[in-house]
Design a protein around this ligand. Structure first.
Ligand SMILES: NC(=O)C1=CN([C@@H]2O[C@H](COP(=O)(O)OP(=O)(O)OC[C@H]3O[C@@H](n4cnc5c(N)ncnc54)[C@H](O)[C@@H]3O)[C@@H](O)[C@H]2O)C=CC1
Ligand SMILES: O=C(O)[C@@H]1CCC=N1
Length: 270
């Protein structure tokens, strides 16, 4: 199936909060026609209401793709409305953390093509990364379709095993929040060294977005780019001595943070 057929048969979004909206924003910016999108969400945001999508309208007869983007805790209540599309030509794509493929098979029928995906919010500006894995019923063509569709909002990686999804969630799914928190922490540190709040936030924000863009554009490794900033016996080396400390340094802290997220993802599966 090509994108013209996806447009013709329609896309359904079940749940369109922060993640659903981030992806929808990316697809609309990429030229996906808004009137080919039907969104089911009892609490639509003002942003969503202004997009020209079919909001809480009757569902198309056989949508090409259904994107499930409700919270895992709401899934059992929300998903049954999509049962009529199970076992048919509709490809299910779920971004819910924790919820295993087997859950969707139980509700929709085992002969339903289901792809579990873990995106992240930079999808809103076309710079997300989404990991995907399909159930046994999802064909190679359907995985290609999901890959192509998700590529409009960033990079796509395919997993070899569903068990990798918990670690992916802890790394790239939740990861943007770690970076935003680093901006907050850097700004606070600048304030502790005497800078006014607005200036500290501006410096921290520009530093993180600039460093991210340099990493993106230069093709150099993160390690080499770090070395490029670090003059021998200079200021950066003094800071890195603290950040790279073996215990309680950033690597240690990051291992614990990502583990906590992955553990929570495993817990949600129960
Ligand atoms: N926020 C993020 O960065 C990421 C979120 N996810 C996953 O995306 C899913 C959604 O997360 P968020 O967008 O952050 O949450 P959210 O709370 O912003 O969005 C959930 C949406 O579902 C709607 N909803 C509630 N009950 C519903 C029902 N019965 N039918 C249809 N819609 C209903 C809510 O009104 C809300 O707009 C979660 O499963 C989460 O694990 C995955 C990757 C990243
Ligand atoms: O916090 C969460 O549970 C979701 C999954 C990954 C990012 N946000």
């Amino acid at each position: 199936m090509d994108m013209a057929q996806v447009h013709a048969r329609g896309l359904v979004l079940l749940g369109c909060g922060k993640m659903g909206s981030a992806m929808l924003q990316g697809w609309l910016a990429d030229g996906f026609p808004p009137d080919a999108v039907t969104v089911l969400d009892p609490f639509p945001s003002d942003w969503l209401k202004a997009q020209g999508v079919r909001l809480n309208a009757p569902l198309p007869a056989a949508p090409a793709i259904v994107l499930v983007a409700v919270k895992p805790q709401m899934m059992a209540d929300a998903l049954p409305v999509l049962k009529p599309f199970g076992g048919g030509e509709t490809l299910f794509l779920s971004v819910a953390a924790g919820t295993p493929i087997s859950f969707y098979e139980d509700v929709l029928g085992a002969e339903t093509p289901i792809i579990r995906a873990m995106p992240n919010t930079p999808a809103a500006v076309g710079r997300g990364i989404t990991a995907i894995i399909g159930n046994t019923y999802a064909t190679a063509d359907q995985l290609d379709l999901a890959d192509h569709f998700l590529s409009a909002v960033g990079e796509v990686v395919r997993l070899g095993d569903e068990s990798e999804m918990d670690a992916v969630t802890g790394l790239s799914g939740s990861g943007p929040a770690y970076v935003f928190h680093m901006v907050e922490a850097m700004a606070r540190a600048g304030m502790a060294e005497g800078l006014p709040e607005a200036l500290a936030m501006r410096l921290a924000r520009a530093t993180v977005t600039g460093a991210g863009e340099l990493l993106y554009q230069s093709g150099e490794s993160a390690t080499q780019l770090r070395i490029n900033v670090t003059s021998p016996n200079g200021t950066t080396a003094a800071a890195l001595d603290v950040l790279m400390a073996e215990t309680d340094g950033l690597p240690d802290l990051m291992v614990r943070a990502v583990k906590a997220a992955a553990d929570r993802s495993r817990e949600l599966a129960k």
